[in-house]
Design a protein around this ligand. Sequence first.
Ligand SMILES: O=C(O)COP(=O)(O)O
Ligand SMILES: [Mg+2]
Length: 230
Amino acid sequence: MNAPERLVLTGIRAAIIDLDGTMVHTAPDFLVAINRMRSDLGLAPLDIETIAHFVGKGTENLMRRVLAVDYGPEDVERHFEAALASYMQHYLAINGEFSSLYPGVREGLDALRAKGVRLACVTNKPVDFAVPLLEKTGLRDYFDIVYGGDSLPKKKPDPLPLLTVCEDFNLAPEQVVAIGDSSNDAQAARSAGCRVLNVPYGYNHGESIHNVDSDGIVPTLLDAAHLISA
Ligand SMILES: O=C(O)COP(=O)(O)O
Ligand SMILES: [Mg+2]
């Protein structure tokens, strides 16, 4: 029997990197902003694990999931606008204050850049949250492009944001790898025709990352960088 082949991704010219759960552990920011919003609405606080399971499909989805803990579908819609406005205000007030970089992020971005791999950040976070967070964590200058969940008509798992980056970089999708913590990132990459690596430490809707269809699971962004070559 042949020894298992070591995973290597060749012909890669750009990497599209996810933000929440991949570069930055933002669940503590979500916890504070959501529970301040819930307090404004007279609702009891949620724990961090519950909230982390709701993260990944953008702010509107997050609001609906957080309200659905207490309300049925009609009341969720009735409270939606007020909840969203309260949440946006509270999140912007603390954005990045309770967050931290995961191990190997800066090293991984440095290693990718040293290989001549261009970098884009594609997140489902609103772009007005994403850019200040990247600035606060010292990551903004790594990225030629940053797209938030509201930058384009569709967000991940739709392939549009990834395909837009490929076009911006003038690269074919197979020359681009997406790296993320969730099935959203993997599905978007598969639909776009990009390669995809997953990290196991983020927020995959409370499900095992091992069930996701991807080209591999890497412990850190630095490990991802080691597998990627031009
Ligand atoms: O805010 C979200 O919904 C998740 O954002 P992400 O795409 O950076 O994981
Ligand atoms: Mg993520």
